[in-house]
Design a protein around this ligand. Structure first.
Ligand code: ADP
Ligand code: MG
Length: 366
């Protein structure tokens, strides 16, 4: 009998909460064992971070992982990289390199956490800083244990000044001892960075879009989680996946909620319905806030996509539903995609959060 909930959502998942992704793991390993870099793109919460951490943990190579969303400027960028370098390389080893830095970092060691705090004078030349720190990474690497440097939410590089991409690319293009992994959740911006000819990072590595988890794998995973709750875990898993469309995070969240609120009196359908109801309720405030922040066009788009969730909606389909101008529709779709509320799957649009979709439909009926 499982005593603890077998489903997990929100943070990075490892075994036993991790399923499938075998071909993706093999492909990533292949890139990382070559001299190439990887560009991993998917909407938020599809499992990029979990996947890359899983692959790297099996490799016995130093990992430097930095989420650019948290970075405020280039000075901060350089400091945060150094802090993470220190987590995998001892200070002794770093010291000789620091001597060659053109901008000397001030380093304080916290004796309790054994973490370092790094700062550079605020008037330092930021490009030199970045250069020194990234070149340190390359110098630390050796050909048999190349560090893997993961820059998560890489599209945020655009926030760090207009020339940052250009500078960063100029620095790291010479690196022989590192595999870089660039991950991002805003597909349009990631493609702009890596697929547009004029962009400094044009074709910088192997592009890999990460999709949802295939229905049959996800179904087996969910069935297993419910195996001692019901004899009909098969049906239950199918109902859950029909609602979440195999989106990894929402699927785990719904399964988790159904498991937690299990009631032997209820049928599989009723259990899932009650769980969805519960999730809509606890997110009611968030959804209200999101809704209020949308302009009329975007609200209209969200409603149409919600209503037609089961059939695929392309921009052309949407156009027929009363949008006076194609350009208004286009910019609305772009805005909503960038904010992550809608997902473009091939040429068709879906609402990312299935419970937000239900919330919208419900509000319309009230
Ligand atoms: N391989 C997987 N198997 C099962 N669930 C997964 C898997 N990958 C991701 N998830 C679910 O999605 C959630 C978000 O994963 P995460 O790796 O943080 O995604 P991302 O980095 O793309 O935002 C996890 O907490 C988990 O619930
Ligand atoms: Mg992530």
């Amino acid at each position: 009998m499982k005593k603890t909930n077998p489903f997990k959502f929100g943070s990075v998942v490892e075994e036993p909460y991790f399923t499938d992704r075998t071909t993706e793991q093999a492909e990533i390993e292949m890139v990382l064992s070559s001299a190439n870099h990887l560009i991993l793109i998917s909407p938020r919460r599809y499992g990029k971070t979990s996947l890359i951490k899983k692959v790297v943990s099996s490799l016995d190579r130093p990992l430097i992982f930095l989420d650019l969303q948290l970075i405020t400027d280039l000075n901060d960028f350089a400091s945060q990289i150094l802090r993470r370098v220190h987590r995998v390389f001892p200070l002794e080893r770093l010291r000789s390199f620091f001597r060659n830095f053109r901008v000397t970092p001030t380093i304080t060691l916290n004796p309790i956490t054994n973490e370092i705090d790094v700062s550079f004078l605020s008037n330092s030349n930021q490009v030199l800083l970045l250069e020194d720190v990234f070149n340190l990474l390359d110098n630390l690497g050796s050909s048999n244990k190349k560090p893997i440097v993961v820059l998560d939410e890489f599209q945020d590089i655009k926030r760090l000044g207009t020339d940052t991409e250009k500078h960063l690319r100029a620095i790291i293009q010479h690196h022989q001892n590192i595999n870089y992994v660039f991950m991002g959740s805003i597909e349009s911006m990631m493609r702009q960075i890596f697929e547009e000819k004029r962009s400094p990072f044009y074709h910088f590595g192997q592009l890999m879009p990460l999709g949802k988890i295939p229905f049959s794998d996800f179904k087996n995973y969910i069935k297993e989680g419910f195996s001692d709750k019901t004899n009909d875990a098969d049906t239950l898993a199918e109902i859950i996946l029909t609602i979440t469309h195999c989106q990894p995070y929402y699927t785990q969240q719904l399964a988790y909620t159904v498991w937690n609120r299990w009631d032997h009196q209820m049928s599989e359908n009723e259990l899932v319905e009650a769980a969805v109801e519960y999730l809509i309720q606890i997110h009611d405030n968030d959804y209200h806030r999101i809704w209020q922040n949308q302009n009329q066009t975007d609200k209209k788009i969200l409603i149409q996509i919600s209503r037609h969730h089961e059939q695929m909606l392309s921009q052309a389909n949407l156009q027929k539903m009363g949008f006076s101008s194609a350009s208004t529709l286009y910019s609305g779709l772009k805005r909503l995609s960038q904010q992550g509320y809608i997902i473009k799957d091939k040429a068709n649009y879906q609402i990312d959060d299935p419970f937000f979709k239900s919330w919208i439909l419900r509000k319309r009926e009230e």
